[in-house]
Design a protein around this ligand. Structure first.
Ligand code: DQA
Length: 233
């Protein structure tokens, strides 16, 4: 199933279009930014599940360096939040751990991931460019070596066509993961958010309020574009 993941933040928790999403990414950093306590965070998954019972949940505490609000200097201290969030009976189905934090953060949450059967996806962000195929392959290999269930890269397109050589890689590598997302941000990368799904990616991130990343499509637009592309294939 293709996961159209709407971004859940304090503003979009009750957004109408959240109901259109097959997945929801709970952006814990955006709740923390607004003063949420540890208890508030641990209760969020249940709140979201009560509102949108069918949506697959992705739990993310995004760092500033990757477009989020959580302090980069305290990247490794996120284990405190992740351990509490995942110890709850109601918890996200998968959490996002950056490739750069595999040696530092992952060992601190591995036990709770194992004991609760929570999946993890390895992510990488590049806000400057579309990385080369060999750079992407190296991160993908790291994700495989860590035993990740999923892989994601969001990178920046700066010119039309600069993401084109990445589609064959998506076709090849998406088969090796349960969850796979690889697309470009920015205006010229926008089509890749949907087109990547036709090459085997199965998650794309959508806005259900205002866009939280450059070039992010609304879930309505993403679903419409996907239907059109899939029909004309
Ligand atoms: O990494 C991603 C992708 C994203 O940055 C986007 O470009 O849609 C949105 C983030 O919430 C998510 O964690």
């Amino acid at each position: 199933m293709q996961l159209f993941a709407g971004i859940i933040d304090p503003e979009t928790l009750l957004a109408k279009s959240a109901a259109l999403c097959t997945a929801l990414e709970i952006r814990y950093d955006l709740f923390l930014e607004r003063g949420a306590s540890l208890e508030d965070l641990t209760a969020l998954s249940k709140r979201v599940r009560n509102l949108y019972p069918k949506a697959f949940q992705i739990g993310t505490i995004r760092l500033k360096r990757d477009g989020g609000m959580f302090s980069d200097a305290h990247a490794q201290d996120r284990d405190r939040y992740l351990n509490a969030i995942l110890s709850n009976v109601d918890r996200p189905n998968v959490v996002d751990i950056e490739v750069e934090e595999l040696e530092t953060l992952l060992p601190k949450v591995r036990p709770v991931l194992r004991s609760t059967g929570t999946k993890f996806l390895v992510s990488h962000h590049d806000f400057l460019k579309v990385p080369s195929v060999s750079e992407l392959e190296a991160w993908i290999e790291q994700a495989k070596a860590a035993g990740a269930n999923g892989y994601k890269t969001a990178c920046m397109s700066t010119a039309a066509g600069d993401f084109d050589e990445i589609y064959p890689l998506i076709e090849q590598e998406s088969k090796n993961f349960e969850l796979f997302s690889l697309f470009a941000m920015g205006a010229s990368g926008q089509e890749s958010r949907v087109k990547s799904l036709l090459f085997g990616a199965n998650i794309t991130y959508c806005s259900i309020g205002k866009a939280v990343a450059p070039g992010q499509l609304s879930v309505e637009d993403a679903l419409n574009q996907y239907k059109k592309l899939a029909k004309n294939r």
